[in-house]
Design a protein around this ligand. Structure first.
Ligand SMILES: [Zn+2]
Length: 281
């Protein structure tokens, strides 16, 4: 009994030593240890990721994202709760439908895993409820955009606009206290857009072909609202390194990239900007 009590006190002291982050979503404030927050937001992220996966699969087909209950593409069976547990169902079913054995889209699994990773990573660095909310809103949007560009070389204007508008909303909310705080997002948007748009115009004039997607410039402009001008430069450097590493990987795998190889720059920028966000916090 005595040792149990001592262990409890030790556990409480251990908890108090861990940095706690305050979650202020509702009128109550709950303090979670860093590990608990990472686990909780990892699970939440997997659930968000399952919706992002549905968007990733349905948007390019022109289907509504919320299209009633999910069903198997192979046999048409309506999926039950056991088929829809994020990450876990895919692993237990080994990526196949329980009834007809048709392969479940592995991009769905990638989105769920990515959503969980974003949730856990943001919870790992968040200082308070505000940075937590900002990080999640940014990370999950970047995940969907990055996966869409990776799979389809497509950065839908609508989604980039939502990324820009949500960043602007946060910036305006912060600017209500200190209008000077608005200069970062404004400058970031301008630098982010121009830094890719100008070279793209020059390249087109010189070679007569599109070297960069216009979507990439818009994406970096939207990222600039969130990260500011310095964040844009860091994102561009980081994204270039990701792109070069990917090209080197393809070359090693025997697929030689050339000037016409379409590289999903948007995916590289999404990944790099999320890393920059994590490092800024
Ligand atoms: Zn089936």
């Amino acid at each position: 009994m005595e040792s149990g009590h001592g262990a409890h006190i030790a556990a409480v002291q251990q908890r108090q030593r861990e940095p706690a982050i305050a979650i202020v979503w509702t009128d109550h404030i709950a303090a979670l240890s860093r590990g608990e927050a990472m686990a909780a937001y990892g699970v939440l992220g997997a659930i968000v990721g399952s919706f992002l996966g549905a968007a990733l699969i349905r948007l390019p087909r022109g289907e509504p994202i919320v299209a009633g209950r999910s069903h198997c593409d192979g046999c048409g069976r309506t999926l039950g709760p056991l088929d829809l547990v994020p990450v876990v169902s895919f692993l237990i079913l080994r990526g196949r439908c329980r009834t007809c054995g048709v392969r479940i889209d592995p991009w769905q699994f990638a989105a769920e895993l990515g959503g969980a990773a974003v949730g856990a990573a943001v919870a790992a660095v968040a200082r308070d409820g505000a940075t937590l909310g900002l990080g999640l809103a940014l990370g999950w949007q970047l995940l969907l955009l990055g996966l869409l560009d990776l799979r389809h070389l497509w950065l839908p204007d609508r989604l980039v606009l939502v990324l820009a508008a949500s960043g602007a909303a946060f910036a305006v909310a912060a600017g209500l206290h200190d209008p000077l705080l608005l200069s970062g997002p404004l400058l970031g948007a301008a630098v982010g857009f121009a830094i890719l748009w100008l070279p793209a115009r020059l390249y087109r004039a010189w070679r007569g072909i599109e070297g960069l997607g216009a979507g990439d410039a818009k994406l970096l402009g939207a990222i600039g609202i969130w990260l500011g001008p310095l964040g844009v430069v860091e994102t561009l450097l980081g994204g270039s390194m990701v792109g070069l590493a990917a090209a080197a990987g393809l070359a090693l795998a025997g697929r030689r990239p050339n000037a016409r190889t379409a590289l999903p720059l948007g995916s590289c920028l999404a990944l790099a900007s999320f890393a920059v966000y994590l490092l800024q916090n």
